[in-house]
Structures are given as structure tokens and as C-alpha cells.
Write a protein that binds this ligand. Structure first.
Ligand code: SF4
Length: 495
């Protein structure tokens, strides 16, 4: 199956909507996560205060990101870590592959990390002969299935128990079973052997503390502990936005992130890693490499609205709350970052030309803003990006149209521009406006059935696609027998 891309979002979404099993799995999982989040948030009286504090910490850090990154790097190096700076995905992959090759690595164990998905690290490692095995259960499942994650914190959210059972029988050769304990124990057994044999451990980072050079990684399965402590070399890939100023700031984020993600008061494991293994330590890597990745992030710093995208702590709450994500799931977005946050960061990371459909994948209901623990105003970002798409520089528009010349989006954009020009011309000329109203009132007679305008089809649909699109899912109310203006002029009472 060809991987889904952001450019084919409309088709991806339609096909997801037709998948009843997918929608059932999504409904169950997102409503469960949503209910748990609500309960966990209510259990903290200071919830709103914490959200404001978290946002203030992120705003302060992002405004002085260069300072905090340099402090983080210096402090991490002072306790034995080696810092690598990567401008983009190629540089980051090059660094990790070089580190693996120099150590003669053949097998790498990985913990769940969105940033390594973003740069397609597994494929890069594969190309230099390193087998990268995902060790988070959800990630392991989708790796076996040859898929990509469909949720930020629950990568296999779209899969049912039955599908996973079939996959394990097919790929791991176990007898058919849908006993969850047996399935997890099989995965555990396979993965334990990988941990023992791995040459290198690769992880992401939830937070990097500038004050101490510490990295914090959260998890529930214990696989991160093994990934970061069993192999002699640990490579952590960290987006530059993950840095926070002080250790005390962690208290705020540790209260918000697990509650927003899974409804837990705290994740089962919090791995705080400060430098390499010391002489007195019983565990830990001999070498710790931290790759600080930009990959488009510093461009977002330049504007108040786009900067807030970098405050995201990847809890996934906005995905669970989003009525669009709830129906189509993550794969339809064609990006490693799905849902509302994906709809705003994907176009910024990979370019508007590639992801111009995503800012429109929202009803702007505001549910994402309500649940976001760091108060990111996603609807504001969506509108900003929509404006960029429609009113952006001529150069960008030409580039976008050049690369997506024949897509529905490009045609819609041209049609939309024309439609709004006509609309503006009519609305600024009262006589023309009234004439149009009277004319449509006569013409609508051919469309009215049972007191309403139903589905518009045939030749008319061809010439008036917005009318056909509107009426394909709902009825349109006919124009009244007498308009407001006509009633006003004759002094009739207006009901
Ligand atoms: S935008 Fe907010 S709610 Fe969505 S994943 Fe990021 S932090 Fe969580």
C-alpha cells in the first residue's frame, strides 16, 4: 500500500469515513481518553492555574530559546553528554547513523518518539544496515504491520484486539489467540531478547532541563528504562522546543501531561537522565549523545501566533477532543503529526504547498483549545495558516499551485477567489443585490421540493459546485416570498 500523504487528504478522509471498523475503534478510544482526562483535570483544583503557568514557562523559554538551549547544552556536556546540533532531518539522521556505524552497531532498540518518526530515522538506519526495533508495545504493533502511528500517544489506537491477534499469528507465528495477556507476554518475550542484544538505544525526549542538562522521558511500560540503560550507547533525539528553564518547572508539566494524555495522575515511569553512568551507578549508558533538532522549528519562532505551536507537549488531548480526528483517525492526515496540532505544525514543518488541506481539516469548534494543557490557540493558528494559503505571497502561491496543479484544493482556491469577488461586487451594490435576490427567488422554483431545496444534481451541480456540495448533505432553505428589505419598505411587521 502506498503511504498516505497530506496532499491527498480529501481522498484519505473519505476512505477513512467509509471504514466502519476504524471509526468504531476510534470512537471507543477517544471517548475513553477524553472522559479520563476530564476526571483527572477535575481532581486538581489548580488545573486552570497550572495551564496558565505552563504556558507562561513555555512563552518565556521560546522568547529566549537560544539562551536556554546554550545553557542546556553546556550543562549536559558538563556531566558527560555529547551534544549534536542538527538543522534538518538529513543532518539528524546522518548524526545518528554515523554514531551507530562508528560503533559497529547492527541492532538498535528504540523507545516511542514522534521526532524520530518525523525524520524517518528507522529507514535511514536500515539504509546503513542497522535494524531499528520499536519497543513501545503500540509502536511495535504498527512496526510489525508496516504502518505509521495514528495517534501521538497511542500509535495503534486504530487497531482492534482481533486485528492485533491476527498480526501476531502472522508475523510472530504464535497460535491464534485474542487473549490480551498472552499477546503482551509474547511481545515482551520477543523484545527482551532485542534489549539484551542491542548495540545502541535510541529515545526521544519529553523535556530537557536547561538548569541541569537533564532529559526527562515519560512512559508506562518500562521499555524506555531498558532502552536507555542496557545498551552502552544512548542517543536521544530532541526537538529544540523541548527545553525548559529549571527543574522546578517540571512539577507543572508533570501534573499536566499525564492527566491530559491518558488521564493518569503520573505515568508509571519517569526517567530523569543527567549525563552518563557514574562510577557508583549500577546502570546507565557509557555514552550519552543528545541530538538537538531544528527541522523548521526556528522559523515558527518569528511570529507570536506561529510561535505558540512550539509550546506543544505532545499530550494528544486535542486529537481525542477533535470531531474531525474522532471520525477519520490519524493516517488520513498523511503526516506523523495528526489531529488539530498536526494540522497546524505539519504545514509549518513541511511547507504549506505540501499540506495546504490540513488547516481546513477543522470545524473551528474550539474543542482543541479548551483541552490543551498549555493553552495553545489552535483555531487562531488554523485561521492564520488559512490566510497564509489564500493571501500568501505570490511566490508561495505559484509554488503551491505548481506542485499541486491539478488537485481539488488548487481548483477550489481559484473558484473561491472568483466567488468572493462576485460576492463583494453584489454586496456593495444595493440595487444589484436586490435584483439578484429577486432573480434567484424566481429560479429557485425549479429546485424547491416539499418546501426546501434538496440535493442539487445534474447539469446545475456542474455549474454551481458549492450549491451541490452544500445540498449533498443537507437541505437549503428557499429565499422567503418577501425579503426583509421589501417588508421594511412597506412597513409590514417582521416576524
Ligand atoms: S496542542 Fe495542546 S492538546 Fe494538542 S497535543 Fe499539543 S499540548 Fe496536547
Amino acid at each position: 500500500m502506498d503511504p498516505l500523504t497530506t496532499e491527498t487528504f480529501d481522498a484519505n478522509a473519505r476512505s477513512a469515513l467509509a471504514n466502519v471498523q476504524l471509526r468504531g475503534a476510534l470512537r471507543k478510544a477517544t471517548s475513553l481518553f477524553g472522559a479520563r482526562r476530564l476526571e483527572a483535570a477535575r481532581s486538581l483544583e489548580t488545573w486552570e492555574e497550572l495551564r496558565s503557568q505552563a504556558r507562561a514557562i513555555k512563552d518565556e523559554t521560546l522568547l529566549h530559546l537560544d539562551h536556554y538551549l546554550e545553557t542546556f547544552a553546556a550543562n549536559a556536556e558538563s556531566v558527560g553528554a555529547q551534544i549534536h546540533w542538527a538543522r534538518d532531518a538529513d543532518e539528524a539522521n546522518g548524526i545518528v547513523c554515523r554514531l551507530a556505524s562508528e560503533r559497529g552497531a547492527r541492532l538498535a532498540v528504540k523507545s516511542k518518539s514522534m521526532v524520530t518518526e518525523e525524520i524517518h530515522l528507522n529507514a535511514a538506519l536500515q539504509a546503513v544496515g542497522v535494524d531499528a526495533v520499536e519497543t513501545d508495545l503500540g509502536e511495535y504493533i504498527i512496526q510489525l504491520a508496516g504502518e505509521t502511528p495514528s495517534h501521538i500517544i497511542a500509535p495503534a489506537i486504530h487497531k482492534t484486539k482481533g486485528q492485533i491477534a491476527e498480526l501476531f499469528t502472522d508475523k510472530l507465528g504464535i497460535a491464534p489467540t485474542d487473549d490480551i495477556a498472552q499477546l503482551t507476554s509474547t511481545a515482551r518475550q520477543v523484545l527482551r531478547e532485542k534489549f539484551a542484544a542491542a548495540d545502541i538505544g535510541i529515545s526521544g525526549v519529553n523535556f530537557g532541563v536547561a538548569e541541569t542538562g537533564t532529559i526527562l522521558i515519560l512512559e508506562n511500560e518500562g521499555n524506555i528504562r531498558l532502552t536507555t540503560s542496557l545498551p552502552k550507547t544512548h542517543v536521544a533525539v530532541m526537538g529544540i522546543e523541548k527545553v525548559i528553564p529549571s527543574f522546578a518547572d517540571l512539577e507543572v508539566f508533570l501534573k499536566l501531561l499525564p492527566r491530559s494524555g491518558t488521564g493518569q495522575h503520573l505515568t508509571a515511569y519517569q526517567s530523569l537522565i543527567t549525563g552518563t553512568k557514574r562510577a557508583t551507578d549500577q546502570e546507565g549508558p557509557d555514552e550519552l549523545h543528545i541530538v538537538l533538532l531544528d527541522n523548521g522549528r526556528s522559523k515558527m519562532l518569528g511570529h507570536r501566533i506561529t510561535r505558540q505551536s512550539l509550546a506543544c507537549i505532545r499530550c494528544g488531548a486535542c486529537l481525542n477532543a477533535c470531531p474531525v480526528y474522532q471520525q477519520i483517525g490519524g493516517h488520513a492526515y498523511g503526516s506523523v503529526y495528526p489531529g488539530p496540532i498536526g494540522a497546524v505544525i505539519t504545514p509549518q514543518l513541511f511547507g504549506l504547498a505540501k499540506a495546504e488541506h490540513l488547516p481546513y481539516a477543522s470545524s473551528l469548534c474550539g474543542a482543541c483549545r479548551e483541552v490543551c494543557p498549555v493553552k495553545i490557540d489552535i483555531p487562531e493558528l488554523l485561521l492564520y495558516l488559512r490566510a497564509e494559503i489564500t493571501e500568501g505571497s505570490e511566490e508561495r502561491r505559484q509554488k503551491a499551485e505548481g506542485s499541486v496543479q491539478n488537485t481539488a484544493g488548487s481548483k477550489h482556491r481559484k473558484f473561491e477567489r472568483l466567488a468572493f469577488k462576485i460576492w463583494a461586487a453584489v454586496m456593495t451594490r444595493p440595487r444589484l443585490y436586490e435584483w439578484c435576490g429577486r432573480t434567484f427567488r424566481v429560479l429557485q422554483r425549479f429546485l424547491i421540493r416539499g418546501g426546501k431545496i434538496g440535493k442539487v444534481a445534474g447539469l446545475l451541480a456542474h455549474f454551481a459546485p458549492p450549491l451541490a456540495a452544500w445540498t449533498s448533505e443537507r437541505d437549503l432553505r428557499p429565499i422567503e416570498a418577501r425579503t426583509f428589505r421589501e417588508q421594511w419598505r412597506t412597513g409590514e411587521s417582521i416576524s
